[in-house]
Design a binder for this molecule. Sequence first.
Ligand SMILES: Nc1ncnc2c1ncn2[C@@H]1O[C@H](COP(=O)(O)OP(=O)(O)OP(=O)(O)O)[C@@H](O)[C@H]1O
Ligand SMILES: [Mg+2]
Length: 302
Amino acid sequence: MALLEVRDIRKYFGNVEVLKGIDFDLEEGEAISIIGSSGSGKTTLLRCLNFLETPDKGTITVRGERLFDAAAWKSVSEEQVRKKRMHFGMVFQSFNLFPQFTALENVTLAPLLASKGGKAGPPEEEIRKRGMELLGQMGLLDRKDNYPHQLSGGQQQRVAIARALALKPDILCFDEPTSALDPELTGEVLKVIRELAKKNTTMIIVTHEMAFARDVADRVIFMDKGVVLEEGPAREVIDNPKEERTKQFLAGYNQKGEWQEPGAREASASRQGTVGAHVHDGLSQRLRAYRRPFKKENDKDE
Ligand SMILES: Nc1ncnc2c1ncn2[C@@H]1O[C@H](COP(=O)(O)OP(=O)(O)OP(=O)(O)O)[C@@H](O)[C@H]1O
Ligand SMILES: [Mg+2]
């Protein structure tokens, strides 16, 4: 049985069907990356998994427990939704830290509330210790007493990751965790996500960083106009996409795996020969740069 089973998730905004029956499984310890063009429904899907949006149809099951069934959702209380939400940790594009709290307080706030000051869960001291451990894991122990405005974007995002981990979620979800960051700060955030993947953290990563998705995710899901159009092992989908739409989408990335405007894309594709080879060359080049410091034991050199 998969850790997460998503079945026939459908979501309308007004008359527009934004998710048109999404199905996928996620195994324990697996990292999947969701890619796809703007507006294809990636954020909406993550928000549905975190119960920030209510799907109109479908089911969500974690460890065999039916967390969501559109047919029986009306009778679920706010308190029950809060409990269900704790199965998922969410890291947003824009960090969303509490500005009035320090880094450590941001990480410990939710577990302290959940444990009601130690009456309904672990004692305060234990929660604080775990908060420090998580900040240490993110390389931010010396920043524990800083407020968000005293931290760089990359540091804030790492605090947000520690905060998402603090409640020990079954599944950690990222929605374009680096797209609000300057390029020089992107690497430090990707590095901690990569380390989490090495520790077999179960993750769903929505990203436009193609080279990163190819290298870190076990599986890639390509979404297009509210459906899962293609899915498979990360390298297979990114290097040899089968569907025409996936090919077109990936062809939009330049040699560094960065998105480029259609005009520039065509010019560069014609310089490089076939589009597929062009994408693959570009990604391989970028991956070599990524790989050097973080090579996985089972990675083969290319
Ligand atoms: N609250 C909302 N009300 C109405 N329409 C919405 C709402 N949220 C999203 N949409 C629409 O749903 C569609 C999917 O949006 P979504 O944000 O999920 O796309 P995405 O794949 O995350 O795109 P991006 O790559 O730009 O982040 C879009 O057409 C968007 O305009
Ligand atoms: Mg989005």
